[in-house]
Design a protein around this ligand. Structure first.
Ligand code: KIV
Length: 294
């Protein structure tokens, strides 16, 4: 697990749940981001389809394609040495059939280097999870708010705030565990409901807006580092002000180019004086001028 320096293995997660060692997961969408995450000791580097709104400029996650996930995954894989490397299956990659699900999960493993995949949803998606696990690929489930189906479920409002919804979450979590999932993300679920589900499962839960009693926590890179500005879901904690730093850096660059402060002497390449003298005399006498340049 993360503290030993050895690569994180899929089997570590059950041990961490048993030991009470909280699992840390973070999204990353490129090589430097994944390297920072890996070196900081997170257990799971996760290429989420939240890339859609965080790096690709879509309004939400629904437009993200398999090819985009593979491209982002390949980049993040190059930065990940020690953490377990997980890639999201985007909308359209698994919903239609078990065959699609297995085919696309295999693509993510072969083409982006994923060690496991995540799929959203319970109900019919339990069969997809079972099929992918049957194909030999580790699967993380995702219940509660599932952004790929947010419009069908009435938006991004917390799930599990009625006994009926909470019962459904519990049943789906049990079914995903029986299907062979190695862990389940619980997103925007009341803390007491998540705690009850976590206690009942043998596999770990990873919370995002699901309270402190989950077996681990995940946040989105752009949220936790303060790259995203403005209103955020209540579970987001900003650990840095990267947007502020970016703005400060760019404003200084603009100002220094305008006023000539940049580049200074230390940013400039030098030519030996005799070479310069030769070059200047040649250009002054026209020795290297003329048709040679045409
Ligand atoms: O895509 C994503 O970033 C996610 C996390 C919220 C778990 O699914």
């Amino acid at each position: 697990m993360s503290t030993s320096g050895a690569p994180v293995a899929i089997t570590d997660f059950a041990d961490m749940k048993r030991d009470g060692t909280r699992i840390v997961m973070v999204t990353a969408y490129d090589a430097p981001g994944a390297r920072f995450a890996d070196e900081s000791g997170v257990d799971i580097v996760f290429v989420g389809d939240s890339a859609g709104n965080n790096v690709l400029g879509y309004p939400d996650t629904t437009a993200v394609s398999m090819d985009e996930m593979i491209m982002l995954g390949r980049a993040a894989r190059r930065g990940t040495k020690r953490a377990f490397f997980l890639v999201d299956m985007p909308l359209g990659a698994f919903q239609a059939s078990d065959e699609d699900a297995v085919h696309n999960a295999i693509r993510l493993v072969k083409e982006s280097g994923a060690q496991g995949v995540k799929i959203e949803g319970g109900g019919a998606m339990v069969s997809r999870a079972r099929a992918i696990v049957g194909g030999g690929i580790p699967v993380m489930g995702h219940l509660g708010v599932t952004p790929q189906s947010a419009s069908a479920l009435g938006g991004h409002k917390a799930r599990g705030r009625t006994a009926q919804q909470a019962r459904q979450l519990y049943a789906d979590a049990m079914a995903l565990q029986a299907a062979g999932c190695f862990a389940i993300v619980l997103e925007a679920v009341p803390a007491r409901v998540a705690a009850r589900i976590t206690e009942a499962l043998r596999i770990p839960t990873i919370g995002i807006g699901a309270g402190p009693d989950c077996d681990g926590q995940v946040l989105v890179w752009h949220d936790l580092l303060g790259i995203n500005e403005g209103p955020a879901p209540r579970f987001v904690k900003r650990y840095a002000d990267v947007a502020g730093e970016i703005r400060r850096g760019l404003a200084a660059f603009v100002a220094e180019v305008r006023d000539g402060t940049y580049p200074a002497d230390e940013h400039v390449y030098k030519i030996p004086a005799e070479e310069l003298a030769l070059f200047e005399s040649e250009t002054a006498t026209g020795v290297i001028a003329g048709d040679d340049w045409l």
